[in-house]
Design a protein around this ligand. Structure first.
Ligand code: GNR
Ligand code: NI
Length: 176
């Protein structure tokens, strides 16, 4: 297993639309293990494959607290089948936008179908933090970030800050 480098805003890779996983085979399961290790190391409660540069419709989630046993969940080709009318607000963060947090309003519950790591079709009715996290991760598969759900003024400020940070770290010919 290995920890993979995270793709950080404003890298355009984060805006790619990821492709469906074609088969659940050994190389895919290796990527899943690397994503889990990368998420635990960060630490984060979720990670989409595109955040480690793999444009595949694959994400991992673990909502267990630090003092609880690990509870890794793997979602392959997830699809939202239904969303509740009720809304809930969580303060969200993203491993691709380090140290920035903002409140986001989303459907309070979602029904999601997906393929598990054994290659079996599954369905889950999620609410609370799991509902928010799944929507945040499925957004990543479509090139959408949580800052797309906040005001344009706040989003522009965050993007500007991360563009400046990227400029300071890399030669200008490599950064837009
Ligand atoms: O670690 C994470 N925490 C988090 C908190 C509230 C809502 C969503 C998340 S997901 C985030 C990890 C991440 O960037 N996943 O894409
Ligand atoms: Ni994220």
């Amino acid at each position: 297993m290995s920890i993979k480098p995270l793709i950080i805003l404003p890298d355009p890779v984060l805006r790619q639309v990821s492709k469906p996983v074609e088969r659940v085979d050994a190389p895919l399961l290796r990527l899943v293990d690397d994503m889990l290790e990368t998420m635990y190391d960060a630490p984060g409660i979720g990670l989409a494959a595109i955040q480690v540069g793999e444009p595949l419709r694959l994400l991992v989630v673990d909502l267990a607290k630090e003092d609880e046993p690990k509870a890794p969940h793997v979602f392959i080709n997830p699809e939202i089948l239904e969303t509740a009318d009720a809304r809930s607000v969580y303060e969200e963060g993203c491993l691709s936008i380090p140290d920035y947090y903002a409140e986001v309003e989303r459907p309070a519950a979602v029904r999601v179908k997906y393929i598990d790591r054994e290659g079996r079709q599954q369905e889950i009715m999620a609410e609370g933090l799991m509902a928010t996290c799944l929507q945040h991760e499925i957004d990543h598969l479509n090139g959408v970030l949580f800052i797309d759900h906040i005001s344009k003024l706040k989003r522009d400020m965050v993007v500007k800050k991360f563009k400046k940070l990227a400029r300071e770290k890399a030669p200008s010919r490599l950064v837009g």
